[in-house]
Design a protein around this ligand. Structure first.
Ligand SMILES: [Zn+2]
Length: 346
């Protein structure tokens, strides 16, 4: 951990310019450049001019960053090695790596060493500006993922809580939340949800995210599509990809098992049809090719079977109850087992 007080020599910038001028090492952010802002932050050659108090009121990281810099400036003369006690604070150790330059009486904090991406930091600033708008139109998954990543590093606790709540709702690990059908969004973002869950200590979203990815029979790589390196499935950890492939195989087996349900022995004096009904008849009742539709999705498939009108198929009340109880248990067991298949600590 090296703390450098070296000042980088700035090339003289014209403050009104928006574009990266020849010979200039940075560009001003088009939106987040408050003329009355009092602190300048730089990420990957883009500068943001913002209000310091807005950052410090929500982020302990920024509060410590500014404090640290001021104290270290003040005590430079005294030759104090660790003026703000920053090296004792493990969480905040990366603050000491932030390079600070002075320009026109204003400090420029270079945040490149934090590893935060511009798009993720923009999401934080956007949310601070328009948070209330999310009440009417919730943010997209991508925006929330950005908020989570940058709010975790910069310790915007409230924003992080918001992102965590959003993701826990979308990828809930409760089986009862699987009663509602999944949306295409669940599948599209499942790979990124796995990456977030693993990297940012959100185990609670992993089960659903793995399931959503596994139930897409092509595992998220469109069968007819060209290999797309932008597809986040390529960034999923290798171990998780193996778990995903094996887990998908087990889901297929589970559906095969559930959909070839054995005959029941009817306890009535005149036995009902419960020993005769087969999945092919259910296809007609549900107007679905069940075997194919739920090939990798036993949770959705069994739910569909539970909702079938078994009386219409000639079941008596008792056999219907038995059938539904067996399906319900099967479904619960699969959901439970998935925690092991995908190596999720619970
Ligand atoms: Zn019966």
């Amino acid at each position: 951990m090296s703390h450098s007080n070296k000042r980088k020599k700035e090339e003289s910038p014209a403050p009104s310019s928006k574009r990266l001028k020849k010979g200039r090492s940075y560009t001003q952010h088009e939106k987040f450049w408050a003329s009355d802002g009092n602190v300048v932050l730089q990420l990957d050659k883009t500068r943001f001019k913002v209000h310091r108090s807005r950052l410090t009121s929500q982020s302990i990281w920024f509060r410590k960053l500014f404090e640290h810099w001021e104290k270290s400036q003040a005590s430079l003369k005294n030759g104090d090695d660790d003026p703000a006690g920053i090296f004792d604070d493990e969480d905040l150790a990366d603050i000491a790596d932030v390079r600070v330059d002075k320009k026109d009486g204003c400090y420029v904090y270079n945040l490149d060493t934090t590893g935060v991406k511009i798009i993720d930091f923009e999401a934080i600033l956007t949310t601070m500006d328009n948070g209330i708008a999310y009440y009417y139109a919730p943010p997209t998954f991508r925006a929330v993922a950005s908020i989570l990543r940058s709010a975790t590093i910069f310790k915007f606790e409230q924003l992080r809580d918001f992102a965590v709540r959003y993701l826990n709702e979308m990828y809930s690990d409760l089986l009862e939340d699987m009663d509602k059908p999944s949306t295409p969004e669940h599948g599209v973002h499942a790979a990124e949800a796995i990456i977030l869950g693993r990297n940012l200590d959100m185990d609670s979203i992993l089960k659903r995210a793995f399931y959503e990815l596994a139930r897409k029979s092509d595992l998220g790589t469109g069968e007819d599509e060209e290999e797309d390196e932008e597809d986040l499935i390529y960034r999923v950890d290798n171990f998780d990809l193996v778990r995903l492939a094996r887990g998908q195989k087990r889901l297929i087996e589970a559906w095969l098992h559930a959909s070839t349900f054995p005959a029941l022995e009817c306890p009535a004096e005149q036995p009902c049809d419960s020993s005769r009904v087969r999945i092919q008849q259910l296809d007609i009742v549900t107007q679905t090719s069940l075997t194919q539709t739920y090939r990798c999705d036993p949770i959705g498939g069994i739910q569909k079977l539970i909702e079938v009108d078994w009386y219409e198929l000639g079941y008596c009340e008792e056999c219907r109850a038995t059938r539904i109880r067996l399906f319900t248990e099967q479904r619960e067991n699969i959901w439970e087992e998935m925690g092991h298949w995908f190596c999720i600590d619970e």
